[in-house]
Design a protein around this ligand. Structure first.
Ligand SMILES: Nc1nc2c(ncn2[C@@H]2O[C@H](COP(=O)(O)OP(=O)(O)OP(=O)(O)O)[C@@H](O)[C@H]2O)c(=O)[nH]1
Length: 401
């Protein structure tokens, strides 16, 4: 392909990047990285347009190469800015602006002005640093479900870095090569071809990151209870099934702590549904304070909650249930000038030899909870495998004041 065709193809690829990022941003305005990547497309499009125009007309030095190079570096920088924003960091647009202006101004340094070789040797390291910045950020991003979506962008940035390195070495070891703007067919063709591939894959890579991010957010939302932020019943089925199959029987097996707010209906009836919602949030916040960060918590009904424990024995489970019950009993909710005391009844079951399914364990925990309710509420009951439950403690009658 001749240089002009490649420049036009790269301009087209930049236009596709710009349009794709813009359309995706319209569809998902909360994905702010798309705007950074949209600007990356705009800068690459502009720099390619400058290149196309420069092949036909004699353009002033401040347009090509000065503005062309500054835009080219800004394009790579905007990609990095989007990745930084995606990872929750400051995008760094102010620094990018300073770098681009300095690149523009550097064209008037005598040696840079005089030789394209010096220009390339000065600007290549900047672009390579930006490429490497993207690779390192994505490489060091926390290992989670997003990771596979980072590979295409990381790899294409690495590819661009590598080809720039090769071209820099080519220049160094072919010192006799006299380059002029668009003057070396090899340099120009390989550069435009690399940019064409880079833009095409980077567009896909950025889109993939956003699509995966959205998909995970949707999945999270479909598994989360919006009132409390705890997981919902749908998530319980997945997680409990997985943990049940993964762990054997024994002291460090799977257990359920199930608890239910006592006389909750009367809170709703007396104070209204909104206060009822506040009471639910109050209880889950208190409960979370007594649990460890990795205990999976679920809201499985209106005022019914489950905690999945994977490494406890009977003694610790009962102590934990008691701690939870006492903490909630002892922390009144102050709302609308009223002090509202809430209590919970708790049922606990640890996986036993006869449990064939996680639902068998949950059913026993539920039966234990039922016993707590029947025996006066505000108490903890533990389910033994033979079906008998023992009460942990507490006879206090719950109070709604
Ligand atoms: N505010 C509010 N109320 C809810 C929500 N979900 C369910 N409820 C109410 O929770 C109440 C549950 O009442 P019951 O099942 O009779 O339980 P209870 O009054 O706590 O009685 P015990 O469990 O036997 O102590 C019902 O009035 C439901 O309408 C919710 O998201 N918000």
């Amino acid at each position: 392909m001749d240089t002009l065709t490649l420049l036009l193809a790269a301009a087209l690829a930049s236009a596709i990047m710009t349009t794709t990022m813009y359309v995706l941003h319209r569809a998902s305005p909360r994905e702010a990285s798309l705007l950074d990547w949209f600007w990356a497309g705009v800068f690459f499009l502009a720099t390619n347009c400058v290149g196309v125009v420069a092949t036909f007309y004699r353009v002033p030095f401040w347009v090509a190469p000065a503005i062309g190079n500054a835009l080219y570096i800004a394009g790579h920088g905007a990609l990095l800015a989007g990745v930084r924003r995606h990872l929750g960091r400051q995008p760094g647009w102010a620094l990018l602006l300073v770098v681009s202006v300095l690149v523009f101004a550097a064209h008037w340094l005598t040696f840079v002005h005089a030789s394209i070789t010096y220009r390339l040797m000065l600007f290549y390291p900047i672009i390579m640093a930006l490429n490497l910045g993207v690779v390192l950020l994505l490489w060091r991003a926390p290992a989670n479900d997003m990771k596979p979506a980072y590979w295409p962008l990381a790899l294409i940035e690495l590819f661009f870095f590598a080809q720039l390195l090769l071209r820099a070495l080519f220049i160094v070891f072919n010192a006799q090569t006299t380059l002029t703007f668009l003057g070396s067919q090899f340099m120009q063709t390989s550069g435009s071809l690399a940019l064409l591939v880079f833009l095409s894959v980077a567009t896909m890579g950025c889109a993939l990151i956003v699509i995966r991010h959205q998909e995970l957010a949707l999945r999270r939302a479909s598994r989360t209870d919006h009132l409390t932020g705890w997981l919902n019943r749908h998530a319980l089925q997945d997680i409990a099934h997985r943990e049940f199959n993964r762990r054997g029987r024994g002291n460090h097996s799977l257990a359920f702590v199930i608890f239910d707010i006592d006389h909750f209906k009367s809170i709703n009836d007396t104070h209204g549904h909104a206060v009822g919602d506040t009471a639910i949030r109050h209880v889950t916040t208190l409960a979370a304070g007594t649990l460890r960060g990795y205990d999976a918590r679920f809201r499985i009904g209106g005022e019914e909650f489950v905690v999945l424990i994977t490494d406890a024995d009977q003694e610790r489970l009962i102590a934990m249930g008691e701690r939870l019950r006492e903490h909630i009993e002892g922390s009144a909710l102050n709302t609308n000038g009223t002090s509202l005391s809430t209590t919970v009844s708790v049922g606990i079951a640890l996986r036993g030899t006869t449990d064939r399914h996680w639902e068998d364990v949950l059913r026993r925990a539920d039966e234990a909870l039922y016993r707590s309710k029947k025996n006066g509420r505000n108490r903890v009951s533990y389910s033994h495998e033979d079906g008998e439950s023992e009460n942990g403690s507490a006879d206090a009658v719950p109070m709604i004041a």
